[in-house]
Design a protein around this ligand. Sequence first.
Ligand SMILES: Nc1nc2c(c(=O)[nH]1)N[C@H]1C(S)=C(S)[C@@H](COP(=O)(O)OP(=O)(O)OC[C@H]3O[C@@H](n4cnc5c(=O)[nH]c(N)nc54)[C@H](O)[C@@H]3O)O[C@H]1N2
Ligand SMILES: Nc1nc2c(c(=O)[nH]1)N[C@H]1C(S)=C(S)[C@@H](COP(=O)(O)OP(=O)(O)OC[C@H]3O[C@@H](n4cnc5c(=O)[nH]c(N)nc54)[C@H](O)[C@@H]3O)O[C@H]1N2
Ligand code: SF4
Ligand SMILES: [Mo]
Length: 746
Amino acid sequence: MTDTTTDGVLGHRICPLCEAGCGLEIGRRDGRWLIRGDRLDPFSKGFLCPKGTALGALHEDPDRLRSPVIRRGDDPATATWEPVGWDEAFAEIADRLTAVVAAHGREALAVYVGNPNAHSHENAFFLPGLIRSLGTRHVYSASTVDQMPKHVSSGLLFGDPDAIPVPDLDRTDLLLMLGANPLESNGSLCTAPDFPGRLDALRRRGGRLVVVDPRRTRTATIADTHLAIRPGTDAHLLVGLAHVLLRDDLARPGRLAEWCRDLDHLPAAVAPFTPEAVGAVTGLGADAVETLARDLAAAPTAAVYARIGAHTTRFGSLAAWATDVVNVLTGNLDRPGGAMFTLSGHQSRGSGAGRGFTTGRWTGRVGGAPEVRGELPVAHLAEEILVPGPGQVRALFTVAGNPVLSTPDSARLDHALAGLDLMVSVDPWLNETTRRAHVVLPPPGPLARSHYDIGLAGLAVRNIAKWSPALLPHDGPPEWQILARLTAVIGGEAPDDDGRGVAEALVQARAQRVATKLGLDPAEVREAVRGPARSPADELLDLMLRSGAWGDGFGARADGLSLARLEADHHGLDLGPLVPRLPEVLRTTDGRIDLLPAPIRSDLDRLADDLHRDRAGHLVLVGRRHLRSNNSWLHNVPVLVKGRERCTLQVHPDDATRLGLRDGGRALVRSAVGQLDTPVEVTDEIRPGVVSLPHGWGHDLPGVRLRVAGERPGVNSNVLTDPGSIDPLSGTAELNGIPVEVEAVP
Ligand SMILES: Nc1nc2c(c(=O)[nH]1)N[C@H]1C(S)=C(S)[C@@H](COP(=O)(O)OP(=O)(O)OC[C@H]3O[C@@H](n4cnc5c(=O)[nH]c(N)nc54)[C@H](O)[C@@H]3O)O[C@H]1N2
Ligand SMILES: Nc1nc2c(c(=O)[nH]1)N[C@H]1C(S)=C(S)[C@@H](COP(=O)(O)OP(=O)(O)OC[C@H]3O[C@@H](n4cnc5c(=O)[nH]c(N)nc54)[C@H](O)[C@@H]3O)O[C@H]1N2
Ligand code: SF4
Ligand SMILES: [Mo]
């Protein structure tokens, strides 16, 4: 660990903020942070964005909590926060938890885990145990306001919800991108540092980019074709593309055919989705649909890629499914230049078959939504807290989440949180959500933890392995230990239990599995990953690396991968371009791709009905992202919020004229569940009939301790999202395409 008072390079750190995971070189000069892209990172090659350069400021944010706090007082406006020691914080949690469980049982406990967990191997390893220890079905996460439709589609198609094909950006000839704006977001479910540079390279080598987005985004501006689709109709469009490919005998699945079940039933299933019907509902016209299908069929290689705008809609799972069906029909699934399965350093090859994927093993108490991957829709959390009866939520644990800004009908959720008997938040800030907690447990800042992107390296456009060490020391416990201590307390251990027993049990259990897989002695495997200053999270990572597809197999392959190799080289390793993985990657029971799984088949009827729904006259709301934001939690860093107001309602000039709105004026936006008063930005970058607000704003709730964010709070767009409108297969909320009414505020 390093001294921050002298000038020079402190070391290298993988940026934990977005999915790109850029390598950063972090140093000090004249008492200031100097953060550059790491040119020796073989994957990000020196790229970074303004958020990465602000990592030092984020770490030093004076509002970031340095010790646990306990809330004294119920009204957030007047409550005070008492800094306490860790033992005292856990004692408070244990007392309240004992009371809740005694009175209401474990079904009254709930957990919500947010987005930054996906960027932490500590949390990835320790959260499952914490969730198990709760012994509840009330498990919620940001996945049901995000990528759950893709897990469902991959689960149904390939038998593995984590087998998500990524577009082979660096080799494709045609990229069809729907509902994504990587020039702001840097990509999602497609780990690709310098996404902009990779798109530029695609075009320079003669490839084409087609962007489908109701807004002329920065990404749309560099595209060859921009199709300004009507929100919520990507599934219709994609199924329409499948229709044309099949109708005109353009489908060339090639070697994929032998692995696919139900290829011959597809034409009937997609029959209603004629170019005429789809052209009308999407607003793109039949010719655009026909042309796009032909272009996909004609391209030497092509990849269809869909994200937030296509997934967080009422037909999110169908859109996710149809994406890969088109990739199959054009023969592009699992081939270079198409959509491929990553095999990064920590991943293992499969056996080609498995237990398959099911949902609905239980259903939600209110709303009746099916369980998906052990989770219920976060859109239903407020009602689960508010509606009395057996199983009513009385205690909530949040880990790295801000659902009061990020999930539907958030004003109601905020109100619901106020009535809990216990709320514990593992979070570094007192924000809109954590201000409702009784106890807040802060993890170390971003520069004081080691990093390996377990989830996101597995979605990279090259096979990679990158680990970076903690650069700065930290006074309190690391986050793995906070989670382990919570697990222990929830499991009935004494509040001063240090969590090391929980951690050791995890390491031993994994060592046992690895030993069984490799035919080794469990005790020797466990000892082999021990390091003098290694955390249990890093030991668990080493177990994965050494037993994975690239691993040294604990001595079996001299040049194989281990954490020691990554510890010796903080720039990371490039393991080469993606390689075909069929059929090994499949985990369906019969080892085939299930092209028309039953849940999809019946949901297609709902989609067909929607082709003819009357949409006239309705304004709809969509979201957007900005390069300098990261969901709700970077608005307290001065360099990231300076400049023009960003939380504005974008309106097309035609709509503005009709509604009497003017640029810089204000509008009242109403949905089925809420209303907002927001500044207006008139711009022809948006499709007529569509308005857009970014999410993650609204920092002016009483009791929020974010001094910089509070100066320009913006409004919370999720006050408008309707928890009653979800994608039924995945439980994912409709965040895009929400019907609204807009009027001028005089
Ligand atoms: N309307 C609308 N709503 C959306 C979206 C949209 O496009 N439109 N997008 C959705 C998407 S894709 C997502 S992922 C969700 C995000 O939803 P959430 O995950 O609920 O929200 P975030 O804003 O990411 O909040 C992250 C929280 O983690 C805390 N945090 C930061 N670093 C750490 C850490 O190292 N450890 C811990 N324990 N905590 C940390 C922050 O202080 C913050 O409280 O929002 C969703 N909501
Ligand atoms: N700078 C920055 N980067 C981020 C984040 C951030 O908040 N800020 N968040 C991170 C997270 S958690 C995620 S999940 C990713 C998300 O990354 P992306 O998926 O790229 O998300 P967005 O940038 O919101 O782009 C979604 C686009 O969908 C469009 N859209 C809205 N409705 C529809 C529709 O019905 N159909 C179609 N085709 N398009 C539609 C919107 O206009 C918008 O341009 O970004 C990550 N990176
Ligand atoms: S693109 Fe993402 S990972 Fe790279 S520096 Fe910016 S925030 Fe960090
Ligand atoms: Mo996300």
